[in-house]
Design a protein around this ligand. Structure first.
Ligand SMILES: *Cc1c(COP(=O)(O)O)cnc(C)c1O
Length: 391
């Protein structure tokens, strides 16, 4: 215990201690934090669906009809009608043969990679992929080659080199939208490469699902290659406002995972309330309100990013609702976050290992139901605080 305590003290001295902040009430565009109302600029509830009345009603109705818990894992007695309905809905949404629901994005990525990839296979993984992908690569036992962020020439060299001594399969895995930079994977180029080198392509669209593309199908829709991605992973807890995750893919892939994926097999399935809400979320995303919310989000994103860019801030190539403000080292980053919070703006400072050393940042995320004047004021305040910061 003494060692644990010393280690924590050490982290604190380096500006690296992580602590929890409790939000009171519903996850809206403004929340109560430690008794003060603050503008919420660090939630992944991009479309504002987490507190939407349609989803709340659907969740309550599903709970009243089917109960609170699912009682078992999917392969035992925990597959309920709503699991099946949601999986059909997701497969239709992504235009694939089938889909499988997982308990979270973390469980999905670890379970998909472990269940699908063998030690004889090779995984090609973008340097800035999410931690759950990194863990999944490790669990798979396959050799994992990490290519520099979005560097297609480097990826092709690796694919070429591996082709000459190929034994197993190739899998290329990438975030659709990178979670800490807000930039997108070059999916059209990735599709061309995966076809040339006979690899499978897996896209984790945790941040694109519901948000990007004319109908919210995600990064692949926006970049015009929805039907050429093999494995569509997405989450239900971000823009969709619920909880859980999914893989949409060919039937044979889904059946393989049902037989092999440990995070799917050895965990109690999602409860009816969550499934009911997720079904309502897909209806909403697919309807006129979804389109309208995507448009409001884009207005806010543009306003916020342009204002910061005019102020000379490095936005790390962001092209989405995730807008990083590069601050460098941990201590000034956390100081900036504290000053912003004092001024009524809640943005988290992001430090290693979530981002590389020296690349600490304030990770701002916009929501559809922020007001443009609030977004503009927040950008101005960020510029003001950055200018005052000791470097
Ligand atoms: C959030 C996130 C996950 C994990 O999803 P959870 O449902 O929160 O477990 C996976 N991949 C990416 C890129 C993410 O941003």
């Amino acid at each position: 215990m003494r060692k644990l305590k010393n280690d924590l003290e050490l982290l604190k001295g380096q500006g690296m201690l992580r602590t929890l902040k409790t939000v009171a009430g519903v996850q809206g565009p403004k929340v109560m934090l430690e008794g003060h109302e603050v503008l919420l600029l660090c939630s992944n509830n991009y479309l504002g669906l987490a507190g939407h009345p349609d989803l709340i009603e659907a969740s309550c109705a599903a709970t009243m009809r089917f109960g609170v818990g699912s009682g078992a894992s999917r392969l035992v007695s925990g597959t309920m009608e709503l699991h099946e309905q949601l999986e059909q809905r997701i497969a239709a949404f992504k235009n694939t043969e089938a889909a499988l629901v997982f308990n979270s994005g973390y469980a999905a990525n670890t379970g998909i990679l472990q269940g699908l990839v063998d030690p004889a296979d090779v995984i090609f993984s973008d340097q800035l992929n999410h931690a759950s992908i990194i863990d999944g690569c490790q669990l798979s036992g396959a050799r994992t080659l990490v290519y520099p962020h979005r560097d297609m020439a480097a990826l092709e060299s690796l694919l070429q080199a591996e082709s000459s001594r190929r034994h197993g399969r190739f899998l290329i895995v990438t975030d659709g939208v990178f979670s800490m930079d807000g930039d997108m994977a070059p999916l059209a180029e990735l599709v061309a490469l995966k076809e040339r080198y006979e690899a499978l392509l897996m896209v984790d669209d945790a941040h694109g699902t519901g948000v990007l593309g004319a109908t919210g199908r995600g990064t692949a829709e926006l970049l015009g290659c929805l039907d050429r991605v093999d494995l569509h992973m997405g989450t239900l807890g971000k823009a969709l406002g619920c909880f859980g995750a999914y893989l949409a893919a060919d039937r044979v892939v889904i059946d393989t995972l049902i037989n092999r994926s440990r995070s799917f097999i050895f965990s109690t399935s999602l409860p009816p309330g969550v499934l009911g809400a997720a079904l309502a979320a897909f209806d909403l995303v697919d309807g006129p309100e979804g389109a309208q919310r995507r448009q409001s989000l884009e207005v806010n994103r543009k306003l916020f990013a342009e204002r910061l860019q005019q102020g000379g801030v490095d936005l790390c190539g962001s092209a989405t609702q995730i807008v990083p403000v590069l601050t460098g080292e941990p201590v000034p980053t956390m100081e900036a976050a504290r000053r912003l919070l004092d001024a009524g703006i809640f943005i988290q400072g992001i430090r290693p290992p979530t981002v590389p050393a020296g690349r600490c940042r304030l990770r701002a995320t916009l929501m559809a139901d922020h007001r443009p004047d609030e977004v503009r004021a927040a950008a101005d305040l960020i510029l003001e605080i950055l200018a005052e910061l000791p470097r």
